[in-house]
Design a protein around this ligand. Structure first.
Ligand code: M6R
Length: 606
């Protein structure tokens, strides 16, 4: 996730900005930059790569008297991690300089419009349109211009502007991306996250959606979009530096679990058109003719991403009617797969660097297949080598256990399946309205956290657990058991519910936890029969079912409800309680949740 820092006061601004950016490094980034206001100009230094590379190019001497500026670390979304795409961005005149976190959904239209008016673009980013909009719409008042600019933007933003037209001031706006103001004495600051503020102040204002902020060294004014002044709440930060990095959560994993509603919203941004069609823009060039030629789809990945691939297989077969297979990359690459130029291969990888997934991608291309990548990292090896890319805009995932990467992979694959259906003349758009509601439904599930924590404390006392489900519920069960074992070290296995009696039922004894998913109406009765089988052997049954399901109460010891959702989309919601369950079981057992033993975040060796 990108990092933002802004400062106005009396200190030398360059060290303040660089220190602030360093304090936001844990969020992940691929390029960095600063803009410094001095002597009636704003100058930008920016560089792809680590902060140390930026430090080498910033002209410290030249800016030794400067006391106002902005800084940014970028996690690429639109355009690769290059010097030009790094923030800050300026308009044609250099009068308006902006940094931005979030996604401007209508940037392509705005860019076209601004180019027609003669604006010259230097980057591929969505952010640069904002700088040119300022230039285009400015009359004689920066604050009024900010309002006009915002009125043209669709999407999410934490936006900061510094301008020679209104010196000694920083202007900021927020919509769906975090922005915090630090209140100092004779100085004020802005940041995307609290750690950047802590050396200077613990008094903060957490900006809310739809608010604007005007900062000078002596004042902070918060306004609504109509220009009415708002009395902000002051939030005193009592966290230490480490807690602040996790936004007060005990672990990155818990923070990332809670980031899922936003990650889903971001992954959806700009991908459903006004006439209810799915579109993928940047990096995606699969034509309707190519889609019509596909005879088979392979979804290839490892670990959690493979579990996402299993869901993708169901969706493609159901919605598009093309045979689809999910395969583990380390198996696929060595088994002489039946891949031809009529095969579409979809590789799924959060990091985009997993060695086996990359090898499977190369093997598929060598055999003539077209390869679509679903990945979270712009410019990763998988993204560069695939023919088409669909990004999951989850932001960096720091905990080893994948959470928000998984749900955004599911969302990206759902959109992709609908896209394939649409291009092959099949009706699947009925799912789009449901898809738009997923972020809100995810938030509702996360509100049940306290109950799941209690349940986790029971599960944590066991050494074995089983997960059962049918169809898509089985695919989610696989992810649930992986999550539990990798961080809590409880032995866990997932089975298709109908398969238990072929052997594994022998392991079900008094009190064995069996987490049973029954969210698929067409398979519900069958699954309930399987739940009865384990219950009859003494299992401690946890039922994950939809709201309103009364029948499950007869068979389950504990029931976790998820909101009503189309069965094809239910994995995105049903996995959330399983993530929380694993997290709290690991915490109850005192394990190192974010860095489980023997595991690495990115597996770049075979
Ligand atoms: O970066 P990738 O998505 O390619 O990683 C694949 C797996 O290593 C990964 O999904 C792993 O299984 C999860 N971190 C487990 O939570």
């Amino acid at each position: 996730m990108c990092g933002i820092v802004g400062y106005v006061g009396k200190r030398q601004v360059v060290p303040v900005l660089l220190d602030g950016l360093r304090r936001l490094e844990y969020r992940g980034y691929d390029s960095a930059g600063v803009a410094i206001a001095q002597n009636g100009t704003v100058k930008v230094s920016k560089k792809a790569g680590r902060l140390s590379e930026l430090e080498e190019v910033v002209p410290y001497e030249e800016f030794s008297q400067a006391t106002i500026g902005i800084g940014h670390t970028r996690w690429a979304t639109h355009g690769k991690p290059t010097d030009d795409n790094a923030h800050p961005h300026q308009d044609c005149t250099g009068d308006f300089t902006v940094i931005h976190n979030g996604i401007i959904e209508n940037y392509a239209e705005l860019r076209r419009e601004l180019k027609e008016k003669g604006h010259v673009f230097r980057s591929e980013t969505d952010t640069e349109v904002i700088a040119h909009l300022f230039e285009e719409l400015y009359e004689d008042n920066l604050e009024e211009t900010m309002k006009k600019v915002i009125a043209r933007l669709e999407g999410s933003y934490a936006l900061v502007v510094v301008s020679v037209r209104d010196k000694n001031k920083l202007l900021a706006a927020r919509q769906d991306s975090p922005l915090v103001i630090g209140l100092g004495k004779g100085e004020n600051l802005l940041a995307s996250d609290i750690p950047a503020l802590l050396p200077y102040t613990r008094e903060t204002i957490i900006m809310e959606d739809g608010q604007l902020a005007i900062l000078t060294e002596d004042s902070v004014t918060i306004k609504d979009i109509k220009g009415n002044t708002i009395e902000p709440k002051i939030f005193h930060v009592h966290w230490d530096d480490v807690a602040a990095e996790k936004a007060g959560y005990e672990h990155f994993m818990l923070k990332e679990i809670h980031e899922q509603p936003k990650a889903l919203k971001d992954t959806l941004a700009g991908r459903i058109t006004e006439d209810n069609k799915v579109k993928f823009a940047e990096g995606f060039a699969l034509t309707p003719e190519m889609v019509r030629d596909i005879e088979k789809v392979y979804l290839i990945a490892c670990g959690t991403a493979y579990h996402a691939g299993l869901v993708g297989k169901h969706l493609i077969e159901k919605l598009v009617g093309i045979p689809a297979e999910a395969d583990v990359a380390s198996e696929f690459r060595y088994r002489d797969p039946l891949v031809t130029d009529k095969t579409l291969v979809v590789v799924v990888s959060q990091s985009g660097e997993t060695a086996d997934t990359l090898a499977a991608l190369r093997e598929s291309k060598a055999r003539g297949a077209r390869v679509v990548a679903v990945t979270n990292v712009v410019g990763s090896s998988v993204a560069r080598e695939a023919d088409d890319v669909i990004y999951t805009w989850a932001g960096p995932e720091i905990a080893v256990a994948s959470t928000k990467a998984y749900t955004t992979q599911l969302l990206a694959l759902s959109l992709f399946a609908i896209y394939l259906a649409q291009e092959r003349g099949k009706e699947a758009t009925y799912l789009l309205e449901e898809i738009k509601k997923l972020p809100e439904k995810a938030s509702r599930v996360l509100e049940t956290e306290a109950r799941i924590k209690e349940l986790a404390e029971v599960i944590a006392k066991h050494d074995d657990a089983f997960y059962i489900g049918r169809g898509l519920d089985f695919a989610v069960s696989l992810e649930g058991q992986l999550k539990l074992k990798e961080i809590s070290y409880i032995h866990a296995e997932a089975y298709p519910a109908g398969e238990l009696k072929h052997g594994t039922l022998a392991l079900i004894t008094e009190g064995t936890p069996v987490i049973s998913l029954a969210t698929q109406p067409s398979l519900y009765e069958k699954t309930v029969s399987n739940i009865q089988e384990v219950k009859a052997r003494g299992a401690y049954v946890v039922g994950i079912v939809k709201e309103g399901d009364e029948k499950i109460n007869e068979h389950a010891d504990v029931v976790i409800n998820i909101p009503e959702v189309n069965p094809l989309l239910s994995p995105i919601i049903a996995v959330l309680p399983l993530q929380l369950l694993s997290y709290y079981a690991a915490v109850a057992r005192g394990e190192d949740v974010d860095k489980p033993r023997n595991l690495a975040k990115s597996v770049t060796v075979e």
